[in-house]
Design a protein around this ligand. Sequence first.
Ligand code: BGC
Length: 346
Amino acid sequence: MINKRFFGNLPDGREVYIYDIEDCDIKLSVMEFGAAMVSIYAPDINGADSDIICGYDTLDSYVEGDGYQGAVVGRWANRIDKGRFTLDGIDYSLYCNNGENHLHGGEVGFSHKLWSSEITGKSSVKFSYFSPDGEEGYPGNLKVCVEYKLCNNRIALTYTARSDKNTVINLTNHVYFNLSGYDSGKILDHELTVCAHSYLPTDEELIPTGEIRRVDNTPFDFRQKKTIGRDFNFSNNDINTAGGYDHCLVFEELDFSKPRIEAYDKKSGRGIRVYTDRPCVQLYTGNFLTNEKYPFKGGYPQSPQNAFCLETQIMPDSMNHSNFTVPILKAGELFESTTEFEFFIG
Ligand code: BGC
């Protein structure tokens, strides 16, 4: 079941709509601005529904507040060193919005665009955006779509894109989960399993050094279930100074039929499994959730580690490391990728 409702006007007057989608136990709301998820209501072990993602009450907060709440990020999720890369012998220079580096698509990435929308099925909505050649410095006119489909307590996100020039692409969704409910405090006692044998060490600006390092005997080893916070106060130089995970974990194998990640919250009995065709996930423990000006829904204050993101993607900055995943989308070819979040009660 789908219902479309008005959410608000952008500063330039354009109208933004939300779609409420309901199927089995889950109620998902998605909006045209940023093609973002704005709420996911899921039952706990006693059948009580809570909204398990962070976000804001007003459109203005989504426009002005930071954090990429629930949004699709691109053209390039994550960081690109100094915003520079070379493709087909041409040097490209992207907008640098994160110190000296490019993050999540630049000054006005896909997370801050108004996407057009259409209902594509009884529980699916598709958002489309046309990104012109040169936008944020990227080559190629790019038509990009993301379809959300809710079925059997699974939210499937399917991304497609096509460019008229060779270009680079790395799309993800930046939804912040707290399985106890977005207003329930820290997520450090959530249990996490990630089928990742390696991670990408970073420098102090969170740019990968180029090494693909085994997780054995490091805080990044989530192959056996452990709480997110177990190794949190690690005194390991490789960990960033922000005080938490903000790292790319590399999956052992690509296999869409098996979950690559499972997160579980004992308090509520809610869990999520993540299925993806992407080779990596950026595990981000909301270390920068500090913006006092933009509290979450109902005025709930932002606070670090009150939520976590599982941003499936290819390796960050991979255009600048010959040993990383190939990031190129060839002119005219179809880019297609799917990530699914499955909700369970245990
Ligand atoms: C990045 C963080 C960044 C955050 C912004 C995450 O994907 O890894 O470093 O601060 O997005 O919301």
